[in-house]
Design a protein around this ligand. Structure first.
Ligand code: NAD
Length: 326
């Protein structure tokens, strides 16, 4: 049995990772400050089943608080860290770049330092496909040029990768940076398009569609992401950057059509201009993940959307409470 500290443990991806690790017998510490980006009630719902597990501990605290963080590391001596806490929205980062750098850069460095000091065996950092910016070359490969992030959020993720390298270089602590490609599935963040559109279409309200619908995303189902995260946690090896995506692309129009199909309802489209900070496409090359982790994404988009909308229908009241538009 190993102890894994998951920062952002009450969030969408962190809570799913916690459940998977608990199910296989690990001890999990979830560190989360219940950032008000979306409601605390939703996050408490995310960790309901983890909280019922005897091997789970919720530590409420802020990753920027060096004292709290180093006390927690000294108490728990985690074998591994999955650092998923962040300010995670792309568009809101344009309005609040300093807030994003504070949590995503300073907070990440606080954690790296605390992990290094107690000799954590593996530090796994949740990075993002957004670091690829407007790269015209697809699929995106880990060796591609990523020096032109087009949102403060993307720049903070790139900075997190750089700081991780430096701490690895100086201390030898193994670090893996996982570049996630738009993650969806049950409990998806309410601000993300699939969740927001599902709610609006279900309620018969117009959906804001930015551009002509031809922008595209590599949407990754949560079970595939968690599979990649756990495989990565189990394989410390120097410093690595690894894409985790589905390696397929879906246009915005196709995504809306799949939600319409799954809900049996038509969308009312409110066409709007493309938004600054949004990248035109994402598409993951996952050969490195296959080779180094044995990662094999499995979820067809249609089935993933059916599973998401089925979850949404069961949990619609909680989702409405989210406001869903940030
Ligand atoms: P989320 O917002 O659901 O989870 C993040 C959690 O971090 C939240 O519970 C929040 O309360 C917590 N948090 C925020 N600031 C904190 C702080 N200062 N101290 C402690 N906890 C704090 O987001 P998510 O979608 O689960 O994303 C998880 C990670 O994956 C993030 O780092 C995000 O940037 C990255 N990522 C997500 C996606 C995606 O599509 N969801 C894609 C690429 C990368």
């Amino acid at each position: 049995m190993q102890t894994c500290l998951i920062t952002g443990g009450a969030g969408f991806i962190g809570s799913h990772a916690a459940e998977r690790l608990l199910a296989r017998g690990d001890r999990v510490i979830g560190l989360d400050n219940f950032d008000p980006f979306y409601s605390r009630g939703i996050k408490e719902g995310n960790i309901r089943s983890a909280l019922a597990h005897p091997s789970f501990r919720l530590a409420e605290g802020d990753i920027r608080d060096a004292e709290t963080v180093s006390r927690l590391f000294a108490e728990e001596k985690p074998d591994a860290v999955f650092h998923s806490a962040a300010k995670a929205g792309v568009r809101p980062s344009i309005a609040d770049p300093l807030g994003y750098q504070d949590v995503n850069i300073r907070g990440t460095l606080v954690l790296l330092e605390a992990a290094r000091k107690v000799g954590v065996r593996h530090f796994v950092f949740a990075s993002s496909s957004s670091v690829y910016g407007e790269s015209p070359k697809v699929p995106f490969s880990e060796d591609d040029f990523v020096d032109h992030p087009i949102s403060p959020y993307a720049a903070t993720k790139k900075a997190g990768e750089l700081l991780s390298y430096t701490v690895h270089h100086l201390s030898g602590m193994p670090v893996t940076c996982l570049r996630f490609f738009t993650v969806y599935g049950p409990r998806q963040r309410p601000d993300l398009a699939i969740h927001k559109f599902t709610r609006l279409i279900d309620e018969g309200q117009p959906i804001p569609v930015f551009g002509d619908g031809s922008t595209s995303r590599d949407y990754t189902y949560i079970d595939d992401i968690v599979d990649g995260v756990v495989r990565a946690i189990d394989r410390p090896d120097g410093y690595r950057i690894i894409n985790l995506g589905e390696s397929t692309t879906v246009t915005l129009s196709e995504m809306i059509a799949e939600i319409e199909r799954a809900l049996g309802k038509k969308a009312v489209i409110d066409r709007q201009p493309l938004q600054p900070g949004d990248v035109p496409r994402t598409y993951a090359d996952v050969e490195k993940a296959r080779r180094l982790l044995g990662y094999e994404p499995r979820m067809p988009f249609r089935e993933g959307i059916e599973r998401f909308t089925a979850w949404y229908r069961k949990n619609a009241s909680a989702a409405v409470g989210a406001g869903g538009t940030r």
